[in-house]
Design a protein around this ligand. Structure first.
Ligand SMILES: *[C@@H]1O[C@H](CO)[C@@H](O)[C@H](O)[C@H]1NC(C)=O
Ligand SMILES: *[C@@H]1O[C@H](CO)[C@@H](O)[C@H](O)[C@H]1NC(C)=O
Ligand SMILES: *[C@@H]1O[C@H](CO)[C@@H](O)[C@H](O)[C@H]1NC(C)=O
Ligand SMILES: *[C@@H]1O[C@H](CO)[C@@H](O)[C@H](O)[C@H]1NC(C)=O
Ligand SMILES: *[C@@H]1O[C@H](CO)[C@@H](O)[C@H](O)[C@H]1NC(C)=O
Length: 358
């Protein structure tokens, strides 16, 4: 049992969280939230269910995870709160597009019924469709969580029909493959296995009654700072991006098939690959876009390659460096976009999101 002090801190955190993920949290939108006139409501899409990894997680990962270390969260909400960024992540921008609050993390679900009406975030940083090196629920288990909530009556059939899903798979299966002696020769076959499992998951989510399912294509993994550090953040790793392209082509084929076999063409690919690339090239002259001086260099990085963003030594001395202005960089750390980076990605994807309403 939690003692009273712990419970208080828990509640305090919850309210803090609920307030900060409130209606007008996306600055610069310039309009107020009117639930009855939200874009989502007009099409009856008023809930968001989120599955996947750190690109979408808003606080499910356990307290020992990197997303809870200082300086994560310094831009928003101002301290570490479980997002793998200095601030908001893609989930928050997709929710703002639907004009709903960012759905609460599954981990916080018992803390009040009201926020549940915006859906729920089942994404856990570090996970994949298969088990990874991180001991958190894989995507199958995340979908089981939603299925259980439906069985328990937390969400009715009509709730689920008025929902959309975000599925983020940013490459942890491949990181695990490489770390556990996967060979280059075996990679194409492994990519096929991953995409087949992802397609099954998409079908299952749609089968639970979710109206529209958005699925992220892989970002250019060879352009993540953890790869570009080899070239002082100058060049993307072409070998890695070639593998990414195979994944994305197979995903495209799988979604064409799934769309073709469902009456309502329910699945929309969010092309993170092209969105990241266009953010890298951006001169900042489109609305919502930014010019990033050196887009491949992160804001926060370890002082040497044995450390990463958030590292401290045994005396609590910090072993990372942080840029002066997190708004000036696309990447926050070696793997994750900054809030400004996600805003640029979201801006590049707005037109694809409009397909949800066709
Ligand atoms: C997901 O995790 C569950 C529970 O650990 C496991 O039984 C299942 O085999 C995993 N699924 C996949 C596709 O790896
Ligand atoms: C990877 O290969 C090395 C050397 O063959 C072996 O010692 C190690 O246990 C392997 N690791 C895994 C996860 O299979
Ligand atoms: C690119 O990535 C591959 C696969 O991870 C690696 O073997 C290779 O050394 C990398 N190339 C460069 C130039 O960093
Ligand atoms: C879609 O389905 C139709 C009929 O079921 C079939 O004729 C067509 O070839 C399919 N298209 C694709 C791209 O799979
Ligand atoms: C699937 O259908 C949706 C809705 O019609 C469409 O926006 C999307 O482009 C289709 N995706 C593919 C890969 O065909």
């Amino acid at each position: 049992m939690a003692n009273q002090k712990t419970l208080f801190r828990f509640l305090h955190f919850f309210f803090f969280f609920a307030i900060l993920t409130g209606n007008q949290f996306v600055q610069g939108h310039g309009h107020h939230h009117h639930h009855h006139s939200s874009r989502g409501d007009r099409l009856g899409l008023s809930k968001l269910f989120v599955f996947g990894d750190s690109y979408a997680d808003t606080g499910n990962s356990r307290r020992s995870a990197g997303s809870w270390l200082t300086p994560y969260g310094i831009t928003f909400p101002g301290k570490p709160a479980g997002r793998y960024s200095d601030g908001r992540v893609f989930t928050d921008y997709l929710a703002s597009y639907l004009k709903i609050k960012s759905p609460i993390p599954y981990r916080w679900r018992k803390m009040g019924m009201k926020p549940l009406r915006h859906g729920m975030n089942f994404a856990y940083g570090g996970t994949g469709v298969f088990d990874t090196l991180v001991p958190e629920p894989n995507m199958t288990t995340q979908i089981n969580f939603l299925q259980q909530l439906i069985q328990d009556g937390v969400y009715t059939k009509s709730d689920v029909r008025s929902s959309i899903a975000l599925v983020s798979l940013a490459g942890n299966d491949y990181g695990t493959y490489t770390a556990t002696n996967g060979t280059a020769q075996g990679l194409p076959a492994y990519i096929t296995t991953v995409v087949n499992q992802l397609a099954l998951n998409l079908k299952r989510i749609h089968g639970l009654g979710v109206r529209k399912v958005t699925v992220a294509a892989l970002p250019p993994l060879g352009c993540l700072p953890q790869s570009t550090v080899m070239s002082s953040f100058q060049n993307c790793n072409g070998t890695q991006n070639t593998a990414v392209n195979l994944h994305n082509q197979l995903l495209q084929q799988a979604v064409v098939k799934l769309n073709n076999s469902s009456r309502d063409s329910a699945i929309v690919i969010l092309n993170f690959y092209s969105a990241f690339m266009s953010a890298f090239r951006s001169q900042g002259n489109q609305p919502g876009s930014s010019k990033f001086e050196n887009p491949l260099k992160p804001c926060c990085l370890g002082i040497s390659n044995q450390y990463s963003c958030g590292s401290v030594d045994e005396h609590g001395v910090k072993k990372y460096m942080i840029c002066q202005n997190p708004k000036s960089t696309f990447f926050w750390d070696g793997v994750h976009p900054s809030q400004q980076g996600w805003l640029a990605v979201y801006s590049a994807l707005r037109r694809s999101l409009d397909q949800l309403y066709y």
